[in-house]
Design a protein around this ligand. Structure first.
Ligand SMILES: [Zn+2]
Ligand SMILES: [Zn+2]
Length: 113
């Protein structure tokens, strides 16, 4: 039996027919945004784009970006979008990071535990 749930994004009640926790309208908007971001990055003249600039341009929060990224929406552009490692400050492609750290720091941290 389908559930009625509150959309996690806009709060509207909607019929939950899958695991998705946002309504159809928000889902559509999200897909549109993902497509826009992907084509923006792919068509950009710069070799790399800083994640902060991308978020600012599309008015997106970092945790929204993260969850979309983890859902595999930005695989195509993950070598071109870069971020600053929270630990060493190196600029690395988001494809090479774990959480907010570059893969080198993430590895180091894992070895320390
Ligand atoms: Zn919604
Ligand atoms: Zn690092």
């Amino acid at each position: 039996m389908p559930n009625v749930a509150n959309c996690k994004k806009c709060g509207t009640l909607f019929l939950q027919t899958s695991k998705r926790d946002i309504c159809d309208k928000c889902f559509e908007e999200q897909n549109k945004l993902v497509n826009e971001i992907n084509s923006y990055v792919i068509n950009a003249n710069e070799p790399t784009i800083f994640l902060d600039d991308l978020l600012k341009k599309f008015n997106l929060k970092i945790d929204e970006f993260e969850s979309l990224y983890l859902a595999g929406k930005f695989v195509k552009v993950s070598q071109k979008v870069t971020m600053k490692c929270a630990k060493c400050g190196n600029i690395v492609p988001i494809a090479n990071k774990t959480n907010m750290l570059c893969s080198a720091c993430a590895k180091k941290l894992q070895n320390e535990i």
